[in-house]
Every structure is written in C-alpha cells, then in structure tokens.
Ligand binder design. Structure first.
Ligand code: SAM
Length: 239
C-alpha cells in the first residue's frame, strides 16, 4: 500500500509540478462532519479554493467537509430557485448550497445558518468572494434557534444534513411563509428502504398541521455499503 501511495505522489508531482501539497482524504466523521486528512507531500495548507460551475469555495481542507459527490445536486437545486424566492439554508456549511443558489438564481434573500464557527468563517468569506453579500445573510448558530428568529418568510428550505434530518423538519416548517414552500430534505437511508423517508416526512408535517405533497425524490450517492444519501422535495403549507 505504501509503495502505491508513493507512486501516486510521484505521478501527481510529475503532472502538476507546481502543487504546494498533496492531501489524502479518508472520509468524514462526527456531528460537525470533519474530514480525516493525511498530508502525503508538502505542508498542510490553511485553506484551499475549489471551483465548481463558476463558483469558488474557500475552505480548510483539514477541518471542513466538502462532498464532491453532491456537485450535481448543488447545481440542480440552484437551477430550481426563482428570483422572487426567500430561501433558508439550515445547514449551510461553507456555503455549498447558498453560494451557487445566490450566484446562479439570484433570489431575493438566502438565510444561511451554520453552527460551526470555523465553517461559518469560510461561509462569510465565500459570500464576499462570490460577491453575493446582497443576497446571502449568514447566521452563526443552531438552526433550531435561528429558525425562530427568522420568522415565517421562506419559499424554500434546504436541509443539507444527513443525520436524523427529519427531527429538524418542524423547525424548517416553522420558517415557511403563509403561501407554503418547498423543503429539500437530505437524509441517509438504508438501501432498499429509500421510500420510507418521504412517508416519515409527510406524516411529521401532517401531525404538525401542514398539508404536504411529495414533489420528487432521488438517490444522490452511495454513502456506505448499507446506506444511501437520498433527497426529497416536499411542498408543504400550514392548514
Ligand atoms: N449543506 C451542505 C452540503 O450538503 O453539502 C453542507 C453540509 S455539512 C454536511 C452540514 C453542516 O451542518 C456542517 O457544517 C455542520 O456544522 C452544520 N450543522 C450541524 N448541525 C447544525 C445545526 N443544528 N444548526 C446549524 N448547522 C448545523
């Protein structure tokens, strides 16, 4: 294995002689979704800039997650947003959804909420870097608290978090405007049981006095041998 790694490092240095460091990515762990990174060559950089469909994301590769497998979902989501919308991004990270939505769809407002101060710092930088500060309002805190302060303003809510996401759904519903709105709910699902998420989300919404209809669902990527990353879109309105 170690000679394979050495060979890979040699190949990268040959084809990209100006690289400052080569990092190995082992995956993501914990509530804050921190990646495990190994420096194979050079010094650990404080931050890297990653470009995707015209948008630039600055992040600390050693402590913040950025999932390349969600690339298509980010642009697909941005393409759905209309210019008159108010969007709430409950798990904003470094701006993975908020920045491309702001940049490509230019909605009225995006409330981007992030609990981890390090990720929040990069969220603020990425808002400036992509010149979307008139659209994206960053909030540092727990989305369950911040959602209450934002009030009933949302036409669309993005829930880009994979752990027990349905437990956050009541707070997402709370932010919807009186005309209702669309909730993008991401979650892990056991392979073969992907359909259960929509049923659970709809029954949660109905129990809280909302009418909810499934607009779409898809598998984003394989997460582990037994689990999939899935996303659903629900239209919900208070009855
Ligand atoms: N939404 C982006 C995506 O899907 O690519 C980034 C998501 S990252 C998986 C999830 C982010 O949610 C992390 O940055 C984490 O710190 C944040 N987070 C976790 N619990 C939170 C909470 N209760 N309120 C706000 N942010 C939270």
């Amino acid at each position: 294995e170690s000679s394979d790694v050495e060979e890979t490092v040699r190949r990268i240095l040959k084809s990209h002689p100006n690289v400052k460091a080569i990092l190995r990515y082992w995956g993501i762990e914990g509530e804050y979704r921190r990646p495990r990174i190994e420096v194979l060559w050079g010094a650990t950089p404080d931050s890297i800039v990653y470009c995707e469909y015209g948008v630039e994301f600055e992040l600390d590769p050693a402590s913040l997650m950025f999932c390349l497998g969600n690339k298509f979902e980010r642009i697909r989501t941005a393409a759905m947003v209309r210019s008159w919308e108010v969007v709430v991004d409950m798990f904003a990270g470094v701006g993975q959804f908020s920045i491309p939505i702001a940049y490509h769809a230019r909605p009225k407002k995006i409330h981007a909420i992030e609990i981890n101060p390090d990720a929040y710092g990069f969220l603020v930088k990425n808002i400036e870097r992509n010149r979307v500060s008139e659209i994206v309002v960053p909030h540092l805190g727990d989305c369950r608290e911040v959602a209450k302060q934002i009030g009933q303003v949302a036409d669309r809510v993005i829930m880009g978090y994979l752990h027990n996401t349905v437990s956050f759904l009541p707070y997402a519903l709370d932010t919807l405007s009186s005309a209702g709105g669309i909730i993008h709910l991401h979650s892990l699902a056991v392979r073969g049981r992907e359909g259960e998420l929509a049923a659970k989300a709809i029954s949660t919404a109905e129990r809280l006095g909302y009418k909810a209809r499934l607009l779409g669902q898809r598998v984003i990527k394989s997460y582990s041998p037994s689990k999939l990353h899935v996303a659903i879109e629900l239209f919900a309105i208070k009855q």
